[in-house]
Design a protein around this ligand. Structure first.
Ligand SMILES: NC(=O)c1ccc[n+]([C@@H]2O[C@H](COP(=O)([O-])OP(=O)(O)OC[C@H]3O[C@@H](n4cnc5c(N)ncnc54)[C@H](OP(=O)(O)O)[C@@H]3O)[C@@H](O)[C@H]2O)c1
Length: 292
């Protein structure tokens, strides 16, 4: 590991629609809730301290959603960090609800999205949300109608930038005919490459790509990760993050944790440099995982 300072800025910057620029290592706040992403965290003070430490480490992009808790996550962010430092970007989401622990229900109807944006504005204590993501397309609501609603809310000044999550390239193509799209958030890691083609599409079109669940799973992934992590004297999570940062300059990882120690480890991955050989070996893991 190099001696570069412990800061998310070491990862460089990524542009959000040419309007905002953030350090290329963000924070996913979802884990700062109770079990099953439900209710308040067991230790509220610890959760608030994780958020404050993230900002000290120059993390200036935090991902959340109205459904985390529900509501708890956005409330915690405001409690820990309001008034927000200059250049600090919150990306929240709506359209996927949390009716109970580990349960999800869709609602991306125009009326729900309007209510959801009003609720997020209030909880986050903002007049305008910098990045608002459609959490997931709703199978029983016209995708265009959901995106048109976000475009209207943008015209009304309640959302600055519109983004998507859990989408295919076709969704992105349809959405950008309605409103400029600045980022896409899909599940992705070195061992989980289903959305590689969406990463390529984002790169070609200058959108940021936000991988969720950035730590690769599975036995094969573990074997390769552990060996490379051992060679660098770091933990496997840091290697998984270093791979993402090297994968593409539009990649904006948002590792989530409820621990300050893990947060610091994750931020320090910004200064970790994989060799070309290590990068290639990790890149091949998804094929090995698929073939077992
Ligand atoms: N758009 C979507 O549909 C969607 C879905 C899921 C998540 N997300 C977003 O993506 C973010 C990240 O996803 P995620 O939380 O599912 O996955 P993740 O960041 O890959 O993994 C989080 C898990 O890894 C552990 N961890 C984190 N850093 C670690 C470290 N240095 N060493 C050891 N363990 C570590 C955490 O436990 P500890 O708390 O013990 O550190 C936690 O259990 C979420 O916070 C959320 O904002 C979006």
């Amino acid at each position: 590991m190099s001696n570069e300072k412990l800061s998310a800025s070491v990862a460089g910057k990524v542009s959000l629609g040419g309007e905002l620029s953030v350090n290329r290592l963000g924070f996913g706040a979802m884990r700062l809730t109770g079990e099953g992403i439900w209710g308040p965290p067991k230790d509220r003070k610890r959760a608030l301290n994780v958020l404050r430490r993230a900002v000290e480490l120059e993390v200036n992009f935090i991902d959340t959603a109205d459904s985390y808790g529900p509501y708890v996550n956005e409330e915690l962010i405001a409690e820990a960090l309001f008034p927000y430092p200059s250049g600090f970007v919150i990306a929240t989401k709506g359209g996927w609800n949390r009716p109970g622990p580990n349960q999800w229900t869709h609602d991306a109807t125009p009326s729900h999205l309007r209510k959801a944006v009003e609720g997020s504005l209030k909880r986050l204590r903002l007049d305008c949300i910098d990045v608002y993501q459609l959490h997931i397309p709703d199978p029983v609501v016209s995708f265009n109608a959901s995106v048109e609603t976000l475009a209207e809310l943008r015209n009304e000044g309640k959302i600055r930038l519109v983004a998507l999550s859990n989408v295919t390239q076709e969704h992105i193509e349809r959405a950008r005919k309605i409103v400029p799209i600045v980022s896409v958030q899909n599940r992705y890691s070195f061992a989980d490459r289903e959305w590689d083609y969406v990463v390529r599409y984002c790169q070609q079109n200058g959108f940021a790509f936000i991988p969720w669940f950035p730590l690769g799973a599975g036995k094969v992934a573990g074997e390769v990760l552990d060996r490379i992590a051992g060679a660098h004297g770091v933990n496997p999570t840091q290697i998984a993050l270093a791979w993402l940062l090297r994968r593409s300059s539009i990649m904006l990882p948002i590792p989530g944790t409820s621990s300050i120690e893990h947060l610091e480890q994750n931020v320090s991955a910004a200064s970790l440099r994989l060799t070309g050989e290590e990068f290639e070996e990790l890149s091949e893991v998804s094929e090995l995982v698929g073939s077992r």
